[in-house]
Write a protein that binds this ligand. Structure first.
Ligand code: GAP
Length: 455
């Protein structure tokens, strides 16, 4: 794979071919900036969410999960600063009328004044608010305006008091939410990287202002731990201390975690110190007190907030880019024929995120005794490793190729030795292609060990 564009094209093609991701509204020509996840894409996303809950939420007594409404009172966005300031610089071509994000046009000062599509003159730059506006209810006037949320964060800030009143937490504590966010991006691009509808996994972690650095450093380490959990190569992740001039209006400090995508080093996640900006704004706008009383120090104050923010779709993309591999491998050798080397594509997914951990096949599809045994073994494995596939379509070579392309770490094949000699099954390793014979009695333990206990 020589060119970077080729790698992205190959990943997009694999996603469509194997049922990971499809263009949104595809049969109508698509809708720019929207993507639909198929069975394996959905499974991959689900596994990422589970890894996230496992690291940041489950088992933590000071973390509270919420699922807030996407539509919120317009005052939320006035208080948060999004109504006035959540805007990108827009330029429009006077000739072809195409629109661009001014800061994404490449080249020198003269090139930046020309339309990248037709070379026409670009108009003056103006601010374009990225929130999707809608009206709630039957009457469409200014008072019925609402927005599809551009970040999940605000759904947590507006529930801060509800968590205080119902869960009675002590600082530091966090709220966690996974959900959809919407941004009317001027130029959606690079597949799942920049879309108009996407999912975020966010934590708002409330701390005593005197201790914010401790929690910031904690999440800095934990975020790297999470990237390792989902199998991202550590050397492809880079930390960027965002300078004040580039930080969001609410942030006192931000570290971006950037990833080496095939199209360049780009932001994957952000870790921000939001201070007391949000709680203070919502308190001022709503006239509801959002302070915290510390029983030990007898002090009342507005907690400060540390926010680790993860794009779920960007995680999917980074994982796919990291895992996509091409190599040459000997095909399954047919009797009397010479073994040929074939180009092979596979996803080197970490077992934790792989849609299937194991696949079970009968060697041949037209032998009832093989099928019966393979089904029996499949059922036994599936009870303990639910994400196990069974496949008897096509020939064995095709089944291996399919499982390689969807990233299944291990394939179990039932052959004649299994039923005639009771000589166990073969287990094929996705990455090396090597097969090992494993006794039936040892199979479950062997598989569990090989996938590292994830199921
Ligand atoms: N609450 C803070 C916040 O929303 P952000 O940097 O604007 O901060 C957080 O977004 C994360 O959401 C990004 O690091 C990225 O992973 C993801 N994200 C942002 N815009 C996106 C888009 N248009 N498409 C896909 N993911 C996006």
């Amino acid at each position: 794979m020589d060119k970077k564009e080729d790698k992205m094209d190959a990943i997009v093609a694999l996603c469509k071919r194997r049922g990971f991701v499809f263009q949104g509204s595809e049969i109508y020509g698509g809708l720019a900036g929207t993507w639909d996840y198929g069975p394996f894409g959905e499974a991959l996303k689900w596994n990422i969410k589970e890894a996230w809950y496992r690291r940041f939420v489950w088992g933590k007594r000071n973390m509270f999960k919420v699922d807030a409404a996407i539509l919120m009172n317009q005052k939320v966005w006035q208080a948060s600063g999004h109504a006035a300031g959540f805007a990108d610089p827009l330029v429009e071509c006077k000739k072809c009328k195409h629109r661009f994000r001014a800061d994404q046009i490449e080249g020198d000062a003269a090139t930046k004044k020309k339309c990248p599509d037709c070379g026409g003159e670009l108009g003056a730059e103006r601010k374009f608010n990225m929130m999707f506006e809608t009206h709630v209810g039957a009457i469409q006037d200014d008072s019925s305006i609402s927005y599809l949320r551009p970040e999940t964060a605000q759904g947590m800030f507006v529930n801060f008091k509800n968590i205080l009143d119902t869960q009675h937490p002590r600082l530091p504590f966090g709220m966690a939410q996974i959900g959809k966010a919407f941004r009317n991006e001027i130029a959606p691009r690079d597949f799942l990287f920049r879309s108009r509808e996407f999912e975020q996994m966010e934590i708002e972690y409330f701390v005593n202002p005197k201790k914010w650095e401790e929690s910031f450093e904690y999440f800095r380490t934990e975020m790297k731990g999470f990237m390792n959990d989902v199998g991202l190569t550590a050397s492809k992740v880079h930390e960027l201390e965002v300078p004040e001039s580039d930080r969001a209006h609410y942030s006192k400090r931000t570290i971006d975690f950037e990833y080496d995508f095939p199209f360049g080093k780009k932001e994957l996640y952000g870790l921000a110190y939001r201070g007391d900006f949000d709680l203070k704004q919502h308190s001022d706008f709503s006239k509801v007190g959002l302070s915290y009383y510390d029983e030990e120090t007898k002090e009342r104050f507005i907690p400060h907030c540390i926010e680790p923010s993860f794009g779920l779709d960007r995680t999917v993309l980074a994982i796919l880019c990291d895992a996509y591999t091409e190599d040459e491998m000997g095909s399954v050798k047919e009797e009397g024929k010479e073994e040929k080397k074939e180009k092979r594509v596979y996803l080197r997914l970490h077992p934790r995120v792989a849609p299937y951990k194991v696949a079970v096949f009968p060697l041949l599809r037209n032998k009832p005794e093989l099928i019966k045994k393979a089904e029996e073994i499949f059922k036994t494995i599936q009870k303990e490793i639910p994400m196990t596939d069974y496949d008897d379509n096509g020939n064995i070579g095709k089944r291996y190729r399919r499982q390689d392309e969807i990233g299944t770490p291990l394939c179990v094949t039932v052959d004649f030795e299994t039923i005639e000699k009771g000589n166990g099954v073969t287990v094929r390793d996705r990455d090396s292609g090597k097969q090992e014979r494993v006794a039936e009695a040892d199979l479950l333990g062997y598989l569990k060990e090989r996938i590292g206990g994830v199921n």
